[in-house]
Write a protein that binds this ligand. Structure first.
Ligand code: FMN
Length: 220
């Protein structure tokens, strides 16, 4: 796959085929992730790769915690997100609504319930970073995560970055025995794409790029 084609054709996948992903394939994908740039080449990423019975146990631990605590997701982390970004969230969910509705009434909250079970992906990758790293190093993690998702796409797999589950990062830490030195910063569901699933054919929109660019020093 041409790199630029891959960048533009990747999309979030929220249902996977009942097909195993081999350890070799995951290793190839994580090796691509590992070639991401990072500040001073610190490579601050740590990957916990979970499948099988431990993944089933992890999902049920998260679901139990959610039933008990029902924590509300606060993407703004107490800050006031400017209205134009809130409007983009609203547009995203409005655009997605017909595909969600087509799943039936019992799936009204599909994004929330699906995220808490990692959309039943055969493999979940938990990305963690040392607690003492400055927040700015999350840039490096993001770069590795995008490499990971593009590599998966190029190899015929799909992925979904999942932040909602970080509400229960403590549960993830306990279930996987993650070192106390590490913070869980992102979860990524990984598997072979179920191409027939309505949400998997959904294409999220983008703002007009020209409105987000300030050209400086270019001829008009
Ligand atoms: C950091 C991050 C966290 C995300 N968290 C979730 C999540 O918890 N649940 C979910 O279904 N999608 C999640 N997504 C997927 C976004 O909704 C998706 O990337 C966005 O709508 C753009 O769509 P696209 O990936 O298909 O281009 C997340 C994406 C990112 C980058």
């Amino acid at each position: 796959m041409e790199l630029c084609d891959g960048l533009r054709s990747r999309r979030t996948i929220r249902k996977f085929l009942d097909k195993k992903v081999s350890r070799e394939t995951v290793l190839e994908i994580l090796t691509d992730a590992h070639w991401a740039p990072s500040a001073s080449n610190q490579q601050p990423w740590n990957f916990y790769v979970v499948t099988g019975e431990p993944l089933t146990r992890l999902c049920s631990a998260i679901q139990t915690a959610h039933k008990e605590k029902k924590k509300a997701y606060d993407p703004s982390k107490g800050k006031t997100i400017p209205a134009r970004y809130v409007a983009r969230t609203k547009k995203f969910f409005k655009d997605l609504r017909p595909a969600i509705n087509s799943l039936g009434d019992e799936n009204r909250t599909f994004i929330e319930s699906g995220s808490f079970r990692f959309y039943d992906a055969p493999v979940v990758i938990i990305v963690a970073m040392h607690k003492n790293m400055p927040q700015s190093r999350l840039m490096d993690i993001g770069m590795a995560a995008e490499n990971l998702m593009l590599s998966a796409h190029a190899r015929g797999l799909g992925s979904c970055a999942i932040a909602l589950t970080l509400l229960y990062a403590d549960v993830i830490h306990t279930a996987l025995g993650i070192s106390d030195d590490l913070d869980t910063v992102l979860c990524i569901a990984l598997g072979y794409t179920d191409s027939d699933f309505p949400l998997n054919t959904f294409r999220s929109s983008r703002e007009n790029i020209e409105e987000l660019i300030m050209w400086v020093g270019f001829d008009v």
